[in-house]
Design a binder for this molecule. Structure first.
Ligand code: PLP
Length: 358
């Protein structure tokens, strides 16, 4: 079955095979990854390797800390303002979809916010064009979501926020291409799309920003604390970190780095968008063409009845989890890094046949 789930999602087969082979006994540990101490030698090697491999993939400099946290990206929605939004300051939010809206709602509970851009009126179908942003030059930070998983809307590059630290929710396209990390104050991503299993969230943060954390915060909520403790202030999500390391190694050694991964991802997405564009009487892409996501391809059919038929026939062709998010309906094909080209070919060919049958 080809699994087009938006997350938790597909993992690379060689990574799954290695997990299976090492599950009972991690080489050098004499026990399972599920059984070893987070303070012992074997796990120390794993967490250091995961960090080093992420640094290698994204060219992350020593000015940035790499953290492995729990609580999903949702906890980041709150930790960001709790740590980085000082008394009397305001934070800017760029809204291109449902997750950005949720991040804003959580921040509003913690302090003052502004909306620097919203695509709500057009149903979140595009990213801002140059000149569309209404930025506050004194903002504590500016937050955006580089890939909106639900709407399938993605930035091709980062917005320019000048000296205001840019914070990116990269949950659904982390590691799908190379980023210029130096342009960001912070990048965060729950792992369960491109980087590993649910339960671990990667945070890449400029170390000077972590210094903003107040001293009286609950220790788990303090970035400063996590940086000082190197993610080991409490028991970290050990299994998740182990898998992130395996995925990073797969990207480095089998794929050949993030530029190669991006080439593959673009080729996969193009196949699906080509079918959508060739059958506009049946498929209506949600995102405007310049904002189309390489990770989550979203489209609608003319009626609920056709949508249900599409989903049930797709299932018979072993094409699974294509139902759009419950809040927007339609179809969503999530084609993360680990989705093989064969899966996309199978879906593209099914879509073409289905359109012809309508
Ligand atoms: N942000 C984006 C862009 C997402 O796609 C998701 C989950 O799908 C989240 C945030 C929330 O992540 P979590 O469920 O790990 O809190």
């Amino acid at each position: 079955v080809y699994n087009f789930s938006a997350g938790p999602a597909v993992l690379p087969v060689p990574v799954l095979e290695q997990i299976r082979d090492e599950m009972l006994c991690l080489p050098g540990a004499g026990a399972s990854i599920l059984e070893i101490s987070h303070r012992g030698g074997p796990f120390t090697e794993i967490i250091q390797s995961a960090e080093a491999n992420l640094r290698k993939l994204l060219d992350i400099s020593d000015d940035y800390a790499v953290l492995f946290l729990q609580g999903g990206s949702r906890l980041q929605f709150s930790m960001i303002p709790i740590n980085l939004l000082g008394e009397g300051q305001s934070a800017d939010y760029i809204l291109t979809g449902s997750w950005g809206k949720k991040a804003l709602q959580e921040a509003q509970k913690e302090g003052k916010t502004r909306v620097a851009f919203t695509a709500k009126d057009s149903g979140f179908d595009h990213v801002p064009a140059e000149g569309d942003l209404d930025l506050d030059p004194n903002a504590a930070y500016c937050h955006y979501t580089c890939n909106e998983t639900i709407e399938g809307v993605q930035f091709a590059g980062e917005p320019d926020t000048g000296d205001v630290p840019l914070i990116c929710d990269a949950s659904s396209d982390f590691l799908h291409r190379k980023l210029d990390v130096s342009r960001y104050g912070m990048i965060y991503a729950c792992a369960q799309k491109n980087a590993g299993p649910s339960g671990v969230t990667v945070v890449i943060m400029r170390k000077d920003l972590a210094e903003r954390s107040g001293d009286n915060l609950p220790s788990y909520l303090s970035y400063k604390n996590h940086v000082q403790e190197e993610s080991l202030g409490n028991t970290p999500p050990t299994f998740g970190i182990y898998v992130v390391d395996l995925v990073a190694k797969w990207l480095l050694n089998e794929i050949g780095g993030l530029d190669k991964m991006f080439d593959r991802n673009k080729a996969k997405a193009l196949k699906l968008y080509d079918v959508i564009d060739a059958h506009t009487d049946v498929y209506k892409g949600h995102a405007q063409p310049h904002s189309r996501s390489v990770m989550n391809v979203t489209f609608n059919l003319p009626s609920d009845e056709l949508t249900s038929r599409f989903l049930s026939e797709a299932k018979k062709h072993k094409l699974d989890a294509l139902k759009g998010h419950r809040s927007v309906g339609g179809i969503r094909a999530s084609i993360y890094n680990a989705m093989p080209i064969e899966g996309v070919d199978a879906l593209a060919s099914f879509m073409t046949d289905f359109a012809k049958s309508c």
